[in-house]
Design a protein around this ligand. Sequence first.
Ligand SMILES: [Zn+2]
Ligand SMILES: [Zn+2]
Length: 178
Amino acid sequence: MISSDVDCIGLKDPVPLLYCNRYHGLSSNDTSYNYGDSLSEFLRDNGVENYSYYVNASSPLIIRKCPFDPYVHHGDDNGKIMKNCRDNGYYHESRDGACYLCRLEGKGGCEHYGFETFINPHSTNETGRVSACGSDHVIFSDDTYPGVEVIYNSEDGMNEILYLDPHGHKVKYGMSDF
Ligand SMILES: [Zn+2]
Ligand SMILES: [Zn+2]
């Protein structure tokens, strides 16, 4: 599928482990990484403002292809498509994201056609925040850039959010109105 040289579907994504295991708090279950303080500490070391918004964030462990293609429909149905995508921990084709072989070498991005997933911040009742854009090839890179808070689901006063750059990932995934 995504990577022409290796079928990586169903394999574990090693990138979060390679970047965060020297920090405290990283754990995983059958389906996802839970960062504890590790990702926010990593982001602080990289000079990211508002790094603390990624305390207790999570992201997928197993590489699974997102079925919601074209991706611009992720905002459909009031964000329910994006919620389904994030609840299942799907990955998306991406020119900027790293391919599987480069992920094995600990690279967050590479020159090959690859894929991306999102880092899910812990749900919050705060709104209007800005932190590092939550695409994994942005988070695990030397040049993060900002993302604005995108609320794709709200329950009991708590918002499930992503931080996405307004003119890149928000557009790609059809979240411009969120
Ligand atoms: Zn998706
Ligand atoms: Zn590559």
